[in-house]
Write a protein that binds this ligand. Structure first.
Ligand SMILES: Nc1ncnc2c1ncn2[C@@H]1O[C@H](COP(=O)(O)OP(=O)(O)OP(=O)(O)O)[C@@H](O)[C@H]1O
Ligand SMILES: [Mg+2]
Length: 315
């Protein structure tokens, strides 16, 4: 399977001015490494504020002006600089944004979904596709001429989803595509994402909904406080004993079907010197307080922990 997207050691920080002139660097993504292959869906799970949308925006080249970025992002082996990001955006790489504010308030939704076209012929072809996709998501012909303010939240989400799918991208980055959708549309979304994969495309699926990730993804990456702490195969998420990082185990044990075993603790808001999970970790050692573990490969599982227990992969 060829590599489609490669993010290597990405760090993102913001310059903030606290109480007037005091300059402060807020680091929100640290040394992040993740990849997506052709015919693969990689899901990202992580709590609010852990840097998931910023990762998506950095791949698309739409980070806010006050951000500082280090590291490297490659698409099909080529380094994605700002120029290439702009060339590929909306074509080979499409985003389903988390916020419906990405819709242009002054443009009819069908025209937004169709996007820029080289000529009338391309417009006509895309118009047919737009109608098909809208129809599938229950947006009838009367919706085509509406402006974003006339849509309900769920309808707006469906328009964003359709806009990305019409372009049949090589890489889809879906940032929370399902909240607010009815059960049928969630199922349609999952099917459409899987269809991209079957056609050789890659998908980075950002979601809070673990079940959507489990039903869709090949691998799941866990974000914690701006770090990727584990990337594991989806089948290992069925039983927390097959997971390596103590936070990943806690996350899965907290699912209703696993008995709602909640753990105390919150993510650090400030950058810490050592492992970001140190304060809450049941298996921490002295080393973890002042040293950040690297993301290492353990039998194909990527793990950022000094003290994880090895699992013998029987599959
Ligand atoms: N322009 C900005 N200036 C300063 N800090 C920012 C800016 N944009 C985002 N952040 C901070 O970066 C962190 C990560 O934000 P991000 O939106 O990527 O989180 P997320 O994981 O997508 O959260 P959610 O699950 O709620 O969507 C947050 O703490 C946020 O406050
Ligand atoms: Mg987000």
């Amino acid at each position: 399977m060829a590599n489609l997207l490669e993010v290597n050691n990405l760090s993102i920080s913001f310059t903030q001015y606290v109480q007037g002139l005091n300059r402060h660097d807020l680091k929100v993504i640290s040394d992040l490494t993740i990849d997506v292959n052709e015919s693969e869906i990689v899901a990202i799970l992580g709590s609010s504020g852990s840097g998931k949308s910023l990762l998506a925006h950095s791949i698309l080249g739409i980070l806010p002006y006050n951000s500082h970025v280090k590291g490297e992002i490659k698409f099909r082996g080529n380094v994605l600089d700002q120029k290439l990001k702009e060339e590929l955006r909306g074509k080979e790489i499409c985003l389903i944004p988390q916020s419906v504010n990405f819709l242009d308030p002054l443009m009819k939704v069908s025209e937004q979904a169709i996007g820029e076209c080289k000529n009338e012929k391309e417009h006509d072809t895309k118009k047919i596709k737009q109608r098909e996709i809208f129809e599938k998501y229950g947006l009838d012909e009367s919706v085509d001429d509406l402006y974003p303010f006339e849509l309900s939240g769920g309808m707006a989400r469906k328009v964003l989803l359709s806009t990305a799918l019409i372009n049949d991208p090589m890489l889809l980055i879906a940032d929370e595509p399902t909240p607010g959708l009815d059960a049928k549309s969630v199922q349609e979304t999952i099917e459409d994402i899987k269809k991209l994969k079957e056609n050789g495309k890659g998908v980075l699926l950002i979601t809070h909904e673990i079940d959507v990730a489990l039903k869709t993804a090949d691998r799941i990456a866990i974000f914690y406080s701006g770090y990727v702490i584990e990337i594991n195969k989806v089948e290992n998420f069925r039983n927390s004993e097959n997971l390596l990082h103590p936070y990943t185990k806690v996350l899965i044990d907290a699912l209703p079907r696993n008995g709602f075993n909640f753990a105390e603790g919150v993510q650090p808001l400030e950058v810490v010197k050592g492992c970001p999970y140190y304060e809450n970790c049941p298996i921490r050692s002295d080393k973890c307080e002042n040293n950040i573990p690297e993301l290492v490969d353990h039998n194909g599982i990527l793990i950022r922990c000094f003290n994880f227990e090895e699992v013998n992969d029987e599959s």
